[in-house]
Write a protein that binds this ligand. Structure first.
Ligand SMILES: NC(=O)C1=CN([C@@H]2O[C@H](COP(=O)(O)OP(=O)(O)OC[C@H]3O[C@@H](n4cnc5c(N)ncnc54)[C@H](OP(=O)(O)O)[C@@H]3O)[C@@H](O)[C@H]2O)C=CC1
Ligand SMILES: CC(=O)[C@H](N)C(=O)O
Length: 269
């Protein structure tokens, strides 16, 4: 029997943030295929409802929708209230929702630069604390935070986004240590470029065919979770190898190389 089959999601509930499209949608579909009931969270209610209908039909699981704007600091508390109203106790939380704008830091508005801080960092901490605490009290459950290969080095022209991802990486690795022996797991997944709509607001020159598919990233993330990993690299090998540069070279050299690459990919425009 494969590890995947031994990990039994039947009757369990997973909440996926950012489930309306891209990787979050792929996580929800893959989890439903593995037997998990789902709570789908994002701003786009119609897309979430369409996905919920498809998951119920195709996988015979329960699928609930909570419409929420994680750019609003009161949203995580409201999500917890909705779960309580629905009588749902979570077994797995996938903190996937994120936003990031490329371009020069000072050519963007302060509001644009602060949005990723709230969505990617503030709301992730709040959901981890509010929902993780219930799991810790119960002594069972798990949290998968979605980071990025961009977390491993400073990245000019993507500065705020990648800084939030570095925050998520360090937070998750530290909490994984604190949570050892509690019965609750923490994993951080660090995908590389993945063919989603993430780049639609960005003038990057990276071709979609050079990116991983959302489905393969979702599958590999969940397989790594079953294997008990703390840090998962669900993308292609070159993405993982790229994270080693910052561990070898002086930080300023790493930052300069990363800035050069970022510019050559068109992120400075
Ligand atoms: N694509 C890539 O190359 C990579 C992506 N990642 C990470 O993967 C994760 C998923 O990204 P990806 O699927 O590519 O991105 P997409 O832009 O395709 O999807 C982002 C998801 O987040 C949701 N979201 C964005 N803002 C908010 C908000 N304010 N409140 C609630 N939900 C929100 C969106 O839903 P809605 O708009 O309906 O609210 C959507 O479901 C992110 O954490 C990203 O950082 C990491 C490395 C590479
Ligand atoms: C969107 C991402 O996190 C990705 N690592 C990238 O910028 O290539």
């Amino acid at each position: 029997m494969t590890q995947q089959k031994r990990f039994d999601y039947k009757g369990k509930f997973t909440l996926v943030t950012g489930a309306s499209k891209g990787l979050g949608k792929a996580y929800a579909e893959e989890l439903a295929a593995r037997g998990s009931n789902l709570v789908l969270v994002a701003r786009s209610e119609a897309e979430l409802e369409t996905l919920a209908v498809a998951l119920r039909r195709d996988y015979k699981v329960r699928a609930e929708v909570i419409q929420a704007d994680l750019g609003d600091v009161s949203a995580p508390g409201k999500i917890v209230e909705s779960l309580e109203r629905m009588g749902i106790e979570l077994d797995l939380l996938v903190n996937n929702a994120a936003v990031g704008y490329s371009g020069k830091f000072f050519s963007r508005s302060l509001e644009e630069e602060l949005t990723p801080v709230i969505v990617n960092a503030h709301s992730l901490v709040a959901l981890t604390h509010l929902l993780g605490k219930k799991m810790m009290e119960r002594g069972s459950g798990g949290i998968i935070n979605i980071g990025s290969n961009g977390a491993f080095q400073p990245l000019a022209y993507n500065a705020t986004y990648t800084a939030t991802k570095a925050f998520v990486l360090l937070l998750s690795e530290a909490l994984a240590q604190e949570m050892k022996g509690s019965g609750v797991r923490m994993m951080i997944a660090s995908p590389g470029p993945t063919a989603t709509e993430f780049f639609t607001q960005s003038p990057t020159t990276v071709k979609r065919e050079k990116m991983d598919s959302a489905q393969s990233v979702a599958r590999r993330t969940l397989d790594d979770y079953v294997r008990g990993k703390v840090l998962s690299y669900p993308g292609r090998f070159s993405t993982r190898a790229g994270t080693w540069i910052s561990r070898i070279l002086p930080r300023e050299t790493t930052a300069a190389i990363a800035a050069h690459i970022s510019k050559s990919m068109g992120f400075d425009r």
